[in-house]
Design a protein around this ligand. Structure first.
Ligand code: GRF
Length: 211
């Protein structure tokens, strides 16, 4: 098992980043480390979290680049130069193209706040996901960690966890419960499995090896 360098890509508050930082501190990732945080927006609290934990962090702002292509090229180059093995999209809201996916095959993971294939794909981000779940009246929702492929939210599923939907939920209360009960648990677990070389992918299905 080789030590891995992890990059976490963020655009906001970074509670999922925090769950990864806490998990690393608790020894969950063995020798693997979060060595870089990249934000697509300046001034977000996720950058503070990186700073407070002495993790190198930088901002790559989409608006500083003329196109998705030039942004993706810069992002892929930055990740390669930093010798990154695993890229974690933790609330990263900027569109990237195949230059990044091809540079990191089966090595980019994303956390989505619903049980894929429900409430996912284009337009399903942030509170929109939970608004749609409440509108449909589902009784359980949850979170999914999956490998990232060019098709939005369609890559191989690594882990999922279901969470109860309550009758009086608002999008905000449901979002919070899904974060607390699912996202902050399964994202670190998926990173741990990756770092311990326990994940393999065949025909779009993820297999988890026991160790
Ligand atoms: C989370 O709900 C995550 O599932 C989604 O974006 C949100 C990010 O929250 N992809 P945070 O920045 O980690 O607090």
């Amino acid at each position: 098992m080789s030590k891995k360098n992890i990059a976490v890509l963020v655009s906001g508050g970074g509670t999922n980043l925090q769950s990864l930082i806490d998990s690393e501190k608790s020894g969950m990732f063995r020798d693997s480390k979060i060595t870089l945080v990249i934000s697509s927006k300046p001034g977000v609290y996720a950058l503070e979290r990186a700073k407070n934990n002495n993790i190198p962090a930088l901002t790559l702002s989409r608006k500083d680049y003329g196109s998705i292509e030039s942004y993706s090229k810069a992002l892929a180059e930055t990740l390669k130069q930093a010798d990154i093995d695993l890229v974690v999209l933790a609330g990263f809201l900027t569109i990237i193209d195949s230059q990044v996916y091809e540079a990191f095959p089966n090595a980019i993971i994303n956390i989505h706040p619903a049980l894929i294939p429900s409430f996912c794909g284009k337009g399903y981000y942030g509170l929109h996901v939970h608004e749609a779940a409440l509108k449909k009246g589902v009784k359980v929702s949850g979170a999914t960690v999956h490998f990232v492929t060019p098709e939005c939210d369609a890559g191989p599923i690594i882990l999922q966890k279901a969470v109860e939907v309550k009758q009086d939920d608002t999008p905000e209360t449901l979002q919070r419960r899904i974060m607390e009960q699912a996202e902050w648990k399964i994202l670190p677990k998926a990173v741990q499995l990756f770092c311990r070389d326990q994940l393999s992918v065949k025909d779009n299905i993820v297999y988890i090896k026991e160790n």
